[in-house]
Design a protein around this ligand. Structure first.
Ligand code: CMP
Length: 138
């Protein structure tokens, strides 16, 4: 189990002023922020980041949404980080997420679901590397 994961605080969260509240939830659960950046994703970046979903029917909408506004990307550290973040986020569809999860509290829809988290240690490594150099992780 790796101690690192990657998150995106998505455009709907930033637009609604929920960035700080979501970071507070992460800190309260014991995640350490190794690095954090404010980014406006280009279409190319969003397409590459979500490349595994390229053939899915929701892909064009997902790319449009993820490029619709500012996001924050962060590398996080905690024991069993991937699983811990997925538990804290809740189900992809906020209406199916457990009470107390970030997506239940802040998500709007299966697309505008407040936050992204890596789904495996391998993807966490790839996703962190997409935005950060190892020397930026403190
Ligand atoms: P995320 O965890 O970032 O990974 C893929 C994203 O695609 C997901 O969150 C949602 O924002 C978006 N998405 C939109 N529609 C769907 C869907 N039907 N199933 C899964 N993900 C979807």
């Amino acid at each position: 189990m790796s101690n690192r994961t990657f998150t995106i605080i998505k455009p709907d969260s930033v637009r609604k002023g929920n960035f700080g509240k979501i970071v507070s939830r992460l800190e309260a659960e014991g995640f350490r922020i190794l690095s954090l950046k404010k980014v406006n994703l280009s279409t190319k970046q969003a397409e590459a980041f979500y490349g595994v979903h390229r053939e899915r029917p929701f892909f064009p909408d997902l790319v449009r949404y993820m490029t619709s506004g500012t996001v924050y990307v962060a590398a996080l550290e905690k024991e069993n980080a991937v699983l811990a973040l997925r538990t804290l986020m809740g189900a992809t569809d906020p209406s199916k997420a457990d009470a107390g999860t970030i997506r239940k509290e802040f998500g709007e829809s299966i697309e505008q679901n407040a936050i992204h988290g890596s789904d495996s240690d391998d993807n966490a490594k790839i996703e962190i590397g997409f935005f950060f150099a190892e020397s930026e992780l403190m």
